[in-house]
Design a protein around this ligand. Structure first.
Ligand code: SF4
Length: 283
């Protein structure tokens, strides 16, 4: 049985009070409570403050460019579909530059967990506007207010075929651990959008801002009801944030539909066997 210490890497360099601290602790705790050890898990990190977690968490990991953590995670899953695979990044990378990968990960129902630090700014580059900021949001790069409407990742995931959509808040670690565990256990593509205050460069979307506008879904909520889920996900457009599992259904994941992978993961096959047989013909 692993402990949270087994997953602990270098001391984080995040700003004091940043929501990333809670997310880092929650990912390590969720993996540990699910019984995984660092050698069981692969995490593909995006670039940015969130991606710096690559140094702060022990696991098999990659640290790539904006949005590209998703294809890396999908490739790793196809190579070893017995292994839990996470893709971790910010809203800039995963809903901006990586937006196309996001859509295709949803529709393919690739069995990975996409964990998004949603803070509406590019924190590592000191606070430019990012895709989930509302129209009119003022930042270093939009001094008179953002001209575009915000990306709604929840409705986007829902309409593109995601089979698990969760949302949590970096100010509530207990809730966040619970949602992460459910997402990692889900068979198929899972999105966890985490409301993560960037205390240094976002003075609008603060802990108080999210506390005032978020609520936990009641037990009576039907997470398998598409219409109800759409109405709940759409609330994001009006700065109202439902916390919990907003949508979950069963659908065969991408790798489950590949007969070539039904016997054994690719990684367990000898890469040289076929080559040797071919060479024998010429010896
Ligand atoms: Fe967190 Fe923002 Fe500091 Fe980055 S810049 S570590 S997102 S508070």
């Amino acid at each position: 049985m692993s402990t949270i210490q087994d997953f602990t890497g270098y001391a984080p360099t995040w700003c004091p009070g940043c929501g990333n601290w809670a997310i880092g602790i929650s990912i390590k705790t969720a993996l540990s409570q699910l019984g995984y050890s660092p050698s069981d898990v692969m995490i593909a990190f995006d670039i940015g403050c969130s991606g710096n977690m690559n140094d702060f968490v022990n696991a098999y990991a990659t640290h790539g460019l904006h949005g590209r953590s998703l294809p890396v995670a999908i490739g790793a899953k196809l190579a070893n579909h017995k292994m839990p695979v996470l893709a971790v990044g910010g809203d800039g990378g995963l809903y901006g530059e990586g937006g196309n990968h996001f859509l295709h990960a949803c529709r393919g129902n690739h069995d990975i967990t996409m964990i998004v630090h949603d803070n509406s700014v590019y924190g590592l580059t000191t606070g430019q506007v990012a895709p989930t900021a509302q129209k009119g949001y003022k930042s270093k790069s939009t001094p008179t207010g953002a001209l575009e409407v915000a990306v709604n990742p929840l409705t986007l995931a829902l309409t593109q075929g995601a089979t698990f959509i969760g949302q949590s808040f970096a100010g509530d670690i207990t809730h966040l651990i619970d949602i992460l565990k459910k997402a990692i256990q889900h068979k198929g593509f899972s999105l966890v959008n985490i409301l993560q205050p960037c205390v240094t460069f976002n003075k609008v979307y603060t802990y108080q801002y999210y506390l005032k506008r978020s609520y936990k879904l009641p037990e009576t909520y039907d997470k398998g009801n598409l219409q109800e889920a759409f109405a709940t996900c759409e609330e994001l457009n009006h700065e109202k944030f439902a916390l919990g599992v907003l949508y979950e259904i069963e659908r065969p994941s991408f790798h489950e539909q590949l007969s070539q992978l039904s016997a054994t993961p690719l990684i367990d096959r000898s890469p040289y066997k076929g080559v040797s047989e071919i060479l024998q013909q010429f010896i």
